[in-house]
Structure formats: C-alpha cells, structure tokens
Design a protein around this ligand. Structure first.
Ligand code: ATP
Ligand code: MG
Length: 397
C-alpha cells in the first residue's frame, strides 16, 4: 500500500472504532493500483454521517457538508471524508438535485461513473470490486458502471470524463460505452461550460491527447462545445499532432486556438464563451501573436519584451508539436540581452515626468512614456533617468 494511504490509515481506524465503515475510494485507488508514483487526493468514503464524523475528529472543515463531505485535518495532512450517498432526480442531464446519505458501500459505488473509479480499498489492502473494475484496469478499459446511456443521461459530463481519462491514462473506451457517447453526445449541451472546460483541459494535458481528440471528433462531442461545431477537419488535424506532453492550461489552449486557426481577437471571443479565466485568455492571445515570429524565427526586442519569458516558453512548447520550436538557449540569449524586462525597470515613471519636467498630466504623457519605454527596449536610448527626462522635454517642445 502506498505511503499516502498508510498515512491515512489512522483516520479510517478511528472511524471504524466508532462503529462505522470507511474505505479509500476514487481516483487515488485507481492510480495506486495502476502503480502510479504520485498519488493525490486520498479520498475516504464512510457509512458515518457528516455530523458523526465531526464528533469523531477534533479538527474538521465543512467542505461540502450538504453533499456529505467533511475535511478531516491530521497534522499537516487533510482528507476528504464523504458519507456514502446515492444521487437522484437528475433533471437537465446534470448534477443530481438530491443526494441521499446511505449506510451501504455498494449503493455508493453504484453511482460512480466508470468501473475503474468504482473500486474501494480497505485499510488492510483488500480491494472491493463490485463491477469488475480490476479486470478493466488490467485491460486498460474505461467502461461505464451500469447501462452507459442511462449514466450519461444522469450526468452528461461523464462523456467528457471518459475521453479525459482515456487521454490521462492511455486507456481505450469499451465499445458499448463509446457507442453510447456517440448516440448521446448532444446532451453535453446541457452541461455548464466551465465543467467541460476543466475536462477538456485535462484531456489536452494527458499523455494520449491524440486518441482522445480522435474520439472527441468521432463521437461528435465537439459539436456541443463553443466555437467548435464547424471545426471538424481542424480538430482531426490537431489529433494527428504528436503526443508530446504539454504542461499548462495556457499551452493546451494555445494549441487549440492555433490548431483551429483563431486569431488573437477570435481567441478572446471564443475563450470568453468557454468561460476561461481572464489570465488564461490574456496569455493565449499574446501567444497567438507570437506564433508568426516563431515560424519566421524573427523577433524584435519589443516582441520579446511584450510577450515576457512565460509566454515565450509556453508558445515554444506548442511550437514543438509543429516542429517549429526554437532552441531554448537561443531564446534565452535574445531575451537576456533586453535592456529592461518590465516597465518597472524603466528608469523613470509618470511621477518623475510630472515632478522633474514641465510636462502636464494628460493622455500625451502616457504616450510619451510609452515612446521612451520602446526606445529603451529597442536600445536606441539608455535606461538613464537624466537622459530620458531630457528626451521627454525635447519631445514635448
Ligand atoms: P482525478 O485524478 O482527476 O482526481 P478522479 O477519478 O479522482 O480523478 P474526481 O473528479 O476527483 O476524479 O472524482 C472522484 C471520484 O468521484 C471518481 O473517481 C468517481 O468515482 C466519482 N465521480 C466524480 N465525478 C463523477 C461523475 N460526474 N459521475 C459519477 N461519479 C463521479
Ligand atoms: Mg480526484
């Protein structure tokens, strides 16, 4: 048993001593059985109700108490302890309206999405496997628990989760499960776009982006995603790019935007529809403007300065998939020779202009400062306060 679980055994033991059942469940069990080195989020499921868990442990946080989740704090570690539950009343093909706490592990496992995610691990290492999840783990197959159509009607996001796990785990999707995604794909339109965004990002960052993107197209899930309905060919081309790993949501979405041929302006519009975080949108649009410079391997100082090192690195990661990466040493050398890297490093600011020259506040002051910044970045003026202030006076004269 991996140490992440061993550390949590006292939590399970304490719940059992109080007369309840408790098991490790979910992704950490799956990943441990797959032999993954890094186990994150050790989740515990229990027959105890939230109020009972709070009586057993001194330090707890009500993380999602209405859904049955209490976080138990143990030293510097914390565990989400969730009461066994069933879900009902899936209106609108989304999350359930009601969760009902139950005392039976089997009921809890039955509501989980895929057989490989429906395994429970006892603290002595015994695996409880009600749906042949171990066989599916061995065969590397993603299979819905129960009738796939029914399960996707309950929660259409599970269809995106299937291809996300395919990419992350390098599994195949069992034929009946895949066929059900194909027939039910339109239900994805009912799902909040932020949740689709999260799954799609994980898919793009997974090790088998290719296969998962192919299924994203063949099942026609893409038709129900913002800005993608008419991009079948571009998505297929994306799915043929090498499976080289990407490391951030920004690189993932830069790849999508570039692959779908979005301009920076179009990317801003589309990513807003996707409800991407603003920071991500800004980075992707900067990156798209950088791409022609990567293709030509031709950057002015101002290009490098405006992009910043972070965007340069992310764009380079994406360009590698198109065999257009620039050796990092070359980029670094060009970037390092910039006279300044940020506006903060400019020897003067707006206050200096007002206090030490005859310039009056107003829009022209901002333009002036921008011109000085550009001149310093280009190397045509030294980053020296006296020189810049004198230049400012001359430009205003
Ligand atoms: P990850 O490694 O990305 O955290 P995970 O399998 O732990 O993968 P989570 O979203 O953290 O995924 O969910 C934890 C568990 O809850 C899953 O393993 C699964 O058993 C169950 N689960 C999560 N989302 C759903 C869903 N939409 N439908 C049914 N069961 C779900
Ligand atoms: Mg998890």
């Amino acid at each position: 048993i991996p140490t992440e679980f061993l550390q949590a055994v006292p939590v399970i033991a304490k719940i059992e001593q109080a007369g309840f059942e408790a098991y490790f469940v979910g992704g950490s069990v799956r990943d441990a059985l797959l032999g993954h080195k890094k186990i994150h989020d050790v989740d515990i499921a229990t027959s105890a109700y939230p109020a009972e868990i709070k009586q057993i442990f001194r330090r707890t946080v009500d993380t999602g108490i209405q859904h049955g989740t209490v976080t138990v704090l143990q030293g510097d570690l914390s565990y989400e302890v969730t009461t066994f539950r069933t879900e009902s009343g899936y209106q609108d093909f989304r999350r359930p309206d009601h969760v009902t706490f139950v005392r039976s592990l089997a009921e809890d496992l039955k509501r989980r999405d895929f057989t490989i995610n429906a395994l429970a691990l006892q603290h002595d290492g015994t695996v409880i496997d009600l749906f042949d999840g171990l066989t599916d783990l061995n065969r590397r197959v993603i299979r819905a628990v129960g009738t796939p159509e029914t399960r996707f009607h309950e929660d259409a996001l599970r269809m995106m989760r299937a291809i996300r796990f395919q990419s992350q785990l390098d599994f195949t999707i069992e034929p009946a499960t895949l066929a059900a995604i194909q027939t039910e794909h339109h239900l994805l339109a009912k799902i909040a776009v932020e949740r689709i965004h999260d799954e799609f990002t994980k898919l793009l960052l997974g090790q088998r982006r290719q296969n998962a993107l192919q299924n994203f197209v063949t099942t026609r899930l893409f038709e129900d995603c913002p800005g993608m309905a008419t991009s079948e060919q571009a998505l297929l081309q994306l799915s043929r790019l090498p499976d080289q790993p990407l490391h951030s949501a920004a690189s993932a979405w830069t790849l999508v935007a570039a692959g779908l041929g979005w301009t920076a302006q179009q990317a801003i519009k589309q990513l807003k529809r996707w409800k991407s975080p603003n920071q991500l949108i800004a980075t992707v649009s900067t990156n798209l403007e950088l791409i022609p410079h990567f293709i030509a391997n031709d950057f002015t100082n101002w290009d490098l300065y405006q992009a910043g090192w972070h965007c340069l690195m992310i764009t380079n990661e994406v360009m590698a998939l198109y065999q257009k990466a620039i050796p990092e040493a070359q980029l670094q050398q060009q970037y390092q020779q910039l006279p300044i890297k940020t506006k903060n490093e400019l020897a003067i600011n707006g206050r200096d202009l007002l206090q030490r020259t005859t310039i009056k506040p107003g829009p022209q002051m901002g333009q002036l400062l921008k011109q000085l910044e550009q001149a310093v970045v280009a190397g045509t003026l030294p980053n020296d306060a006296a020189v810049l202030l004198q230049q400012a006076e001359q430009m205003m004269a």
